[in-house]
Design a protein around this ligand. Structure first.
Ligand code: DIR
Ligand code: MN
Ligand code: MN
Ligand code: MN
Length: 301
């Protein structure tokens, strides 16, 4: 495998400063070496920042049509999509480090044109299926999966390439435990395969991943894993902006990654919402490295 590391150094999708340092925190935790140990040929492409400077008075962010920092997110996503696309075109595996989850608007826009039927696994406490109307916050990091499915502002939906990027029937949600009312409705209407944190407890992670892989395997020609570290429990990954109790453990996550590695289906990954300014001694970034290592073949538990 050839892996391109792409730092998505943005914080405009949510109000907490420091998540833009996530990519460097993950590098400092030893990502490149960890992947090389797994036999990967790794190229670090550096950080995408977009043209807008991070504003330390970000709480006074400008709202447009119910979207906070609309211009900044649009500009950033456009730049990221280009970078991700050039990696996919070269047949490399883009590993996009975040950065807040709004970056997936750009990463998925860069990836999906190269597949007929891109699958997506969204490993997160949240569905990120809001639009400006259902969002309780206006924060765009709560919207990227809706955008990928064709719901949202038209300049996001048609970013990089016009049209819907991912079919809802090709999406699997894992770890859900904080879904807004509108997100629940969207999931129901579109019959999206959803495993809540409670489902993981009941069926076990192996059972959940068996079902998820069986559901996707014959219908997708590429699989994007979008992993928000708040999918894990805050006791494991405290360095993140919107922690929710009752999450996955690191060992459950390692098991999920190992099963995905064995499935040989995953073709790209976002590893997002690592905020070193909210962390303790960079342990969240260290766990992010461990998670990526398992996706690329590390095995011992
Ligand atoms: C909430 C929180 N559903 C929102 N979303 C988060 O603002 O849309 N996503 N934290 O990661
Ligand atoms: Mn989340
Ligand atoms: Mn293109
Ligand atoms: Mn998220």
């Amino acid at each position: 495998h050839k892996v391109d590391i792409i730092g998505a150094s943005t914080c405009f999708g949510q109000p907490k400063l420091g998540v833009d340092f996530g990519p460097d925190a993950i590098r400092y935790a030893g990502l490149v070496k960890a992947l090389e140990i797994q036999g990967m040929n790794v190229e670090d492409k550096g950080n995408i920042t977009g043209q807008y400077k991070v504003d330390p008075t970000l709480h006074s962010a400008k709202e447009e049509m119910g979207l906070l920092n609309f211009e900044q997110v649009k500009d950033f996503s456009t730049e990221l999509a280009e970078e991700v696309e050039s990696s996919v075109k070269l047949g490399r595996f883009p590993l996009i480090l975040g950065g807040d989850h709004s970056l997936s608007i750009g990463s998925i826009a860069g990836i999906s044109p190269h597949y007929e039927n891109l699958g997506v696994i969204w490993y997160d406490a949240h569905g990120d299926l809001n639009d400006s109307e259902t969002s309780p916050s206006g924060n765009i990091h709560g919207m990227p999966l809706a955008v990928a499915c064709g719901v949202g502002h038209e300049s996001f939906v048609n970013l990089h390439q016009p049209g819907v990027k991912v079919k809802p029937e090709n999406v699997v949600l894992i770890g859900m435990r904080d879904l807004d009312v509108g997100e629940r409705e969207y999931i129901k209407e579109n019959d999206i395969l959803t495993f809540t944190a409670t489902d993981v407890r009941e069926k076990g992670m192996a059972g959940v991943m068996d079902e998820a892989i069986a559901y996707l395997k014959d219908k997708v020609d590429g699989l994007h894993l979008s992993l928000d570290v708040d999918g894990l429990d805050p006791l494991e990954t405290p360095g993140t902006g919107t922690p929710v109790d009752g999450g996955m453990s690191l060992s459950e996550t390692q098991l999920a990654m190992r099963m995905l590695n064995e499935s040989d289906l995953v073709t790209s990954m976002d590893l997002v919402e690592v905020n070193p300014l909210l962390d303790e001694k960079n342990i969240t970034a260290e766990k992010a490295v461990e998670i990526a290592s398992f996706l690329f073949g590390k095995k011992q538990l």
